[in-house]
Design a protein around this ligand. Structure first.
Ligand code: NDP
Ligand code: 2IT
Length: 446
């Protein structure tokens, strides 16, 4: 179908998916970047690539019943969005959080298509999860939930079909419970999940990969302005997996991270978060109910309740918590305070208006699908270690990760260079899209 204009296409998408607001936000951004590229290709137009790429190949929604420690029965919704397999098996994380719904998971799976393409590996796009809230649950309840979730999910995934991993609320412990259940049901030991512990098939550096990769991407962006990370002040949101390892790499490279946060508020440590203080955070956050405010008590710094850290003066800001956690006012506060680098460790943490502001101001803005692709890239490397049954050393994986982040940066420059500045949003969207679209054309109308 040929659309009269970009607006005509977007109006149609809006009318079809009016209650999936995060999905609409993600689609609108990608379409904004790729529209001209599509109009210039007769193959893309003839193949109706736009309608096909915004439509998931398959959406699975299922019941997850589980028993709590008192014997009461609970029911949550489980999901897996198998969005696009043009360049590889579906790949993407599982999120357990009460805000999970179809629109959130469709946005995440849609973003994942382009992110995975940018890694240069053979990974399709997928995402899944549940509205289950891990906070306040016992280990036994988490295990029961994970087993019930996997009992159904196991019918739909496989190491050559769809390979889930972690995301918000899903880390090594949950991957362990789900892997155990998959193995029991299918009687096979395969790399069906990534983010496994190293004793049973996980990759070294996978826990670190998203945060480290985001900082490697920042390094590449800074090089375009003959700058480096050393000596820069950085604000970080979140205090989970991505935030912790972004913080760790910043410390290693001589920057001064001054904030971390969670859904209750943020801590501001003007002296800088050191390796020792970060160890405290890692231990603290092994319990998902623990609050970052404990840091403020222990190290006698400010805890700012109910707010995000974007009001703090910094050179570099790394949103590493969740979607739409940085709005237009936050973006203005950041640039007015001199911040000139923003890299998204989280998926779509900046609102549409915030992104527009960063681009108008021509700062170094690395969108999530480029900046946080290191996590899924090392998941791809985990899959290849599982296939060859040959583990790599930390140094080997870290070097591969650096190489991939550098190549993603090069792709962003190739497609996003506007002469006087690099639009990394266009660069990532077009660079990620072209490979998937060409593969879809090669494979016919499927
Ligand atoms: P974790 O569960 O380890 O940590 C999540 C952090 O974000 C916690 O500090 C949590 O605070 C905070 N957070 C979550 N939801 C909200 C909310 N609605 N409002 C405010 N704060 C919130 O998750 P990850 O670190 O793995 O993921 C963080 C982000 O990075 C997500 O956007 C994820 O999609 C993205 N990402 C993750 C990758 C990975 O490999 N893990 C790879 C690429 C991207 P609280 O404890 O209070 O809930
Ligand atoms: O958003 C993401 O890229 C992830 N949560 C990681 C996905 C993966 O398969 O490692």
């Amino acid at each position: 179908m040929n659309y009269k204009s970009k607006q005509d296409f977007l109006d149609n998408v809006h009318s079809k998916f009016s209650n999936e607001k995060e999905f609409l936000q993600a689609v609108e951004e990608v379409i904004g970047s790729i529209w001209d590229t599509v109009q210039q290709s007769q193959d893309y137009l003839d193949g109706n690539i736009l309608d096909r790429i915004i439509t998931p190949e398959r959406v699975i929604i299922f019941r997850v019943p589980w028993l709590d420690d008192n014997g009461s029965v609970h029911v949550n919704l489980g999901y897996r969005i198998q969005f696009n397999s043009a360049i590889g098996p579906y790949k993407g994380g599982l999120r357990f959080h009460p805000t999970v719904n179809l629109g959130v998971l469709k946005f995440l799976a849609f973003e994942q298509i382009f992110k995975n393409s940018l890694t240069g590996l053979n990974l399709g796009g997928g995402k899944g999860g549940s509205d289950f809230d891990p906070k306040g649950k016992s280990d036994n309840e988490i295990m029961k939930f994970c087993q019930s979730f996997m009992t159904e999910l196991s019918r739909h995934i496989g190491h050559n079909t769809d390979v889930p991993a972690g995301d918000i609320g899903v880390g090594g412990r949950e991957i362990g419970f789900m892997f155990g259940q998959y193995k029991r049901i299918r009687n096979e030991f395969t790399g069906v999940l990534t983010g496994k512990k190293t004793d049973w098939g996980g990759s070294l550096i996978r826990p670190e990969a998203t945060g480290y990769g985001t900082v490697y991407f920042v390094e590449e962006m800074l090089k375009t302005r003959n700058e480096s990370i050393s000596g820069k002040v950085a604000t970080i949101s979140g205090s989970g997996n991505v935030a912790q390892f972004a913080c760790e790499k910043l410390i290693q490279l001589g920057a001064k991270p001054v904030t971390l946060s969670d859904s209750s508020g943020y801590i501001y440590d003007p002296e800088g978060i050191t390796s020792e203080k970060l160890e405290f955070v890692k231990k603290l956050k092994e319990n998902s109910s623990a609050r970052i405010s404990e840091y403020a008590k222990k190290y006698n710094v400010d805890f700012i309740e109910g707010k995000t850290p974007w009001e703090v003066k910094c050179d570099i800001a790394l949103p590493c918590a969740t979607q739409n956690e940085l709005n237009e006012d936050d973006a203005k506060a950041l640039t007015e305070n001199g911040c000139f680098v923003v890299a998204e460790g989280a998926n779509m943490p900046s609102t549409t208006e915030a992104v527009e502001h960063f681009i108008e101001e021509k700062i170094l803005f690395g969108p999530g699908k480029a900046a946080n692709a290191g996590g899924v890239a090392v998941s791809g490397i985990e899959m290849s270690q599982n296939s060859t049954r040959m583990p790599l050393s930390s140094e080997e994986v870290d070097n591969l990760l650096k190489g991939i982040m550098t190549r993603i940066h090069t792709t962003c420059v190739q497609y996003g260079d506007k002469g006087d500045f690099i639009n990394y949003v266009d660069g990532a969207n077009i660079g990620g899209f072209v490979r998937v679209a060409d593969s879809m054309i090669d494979q016919g109308i499927v």
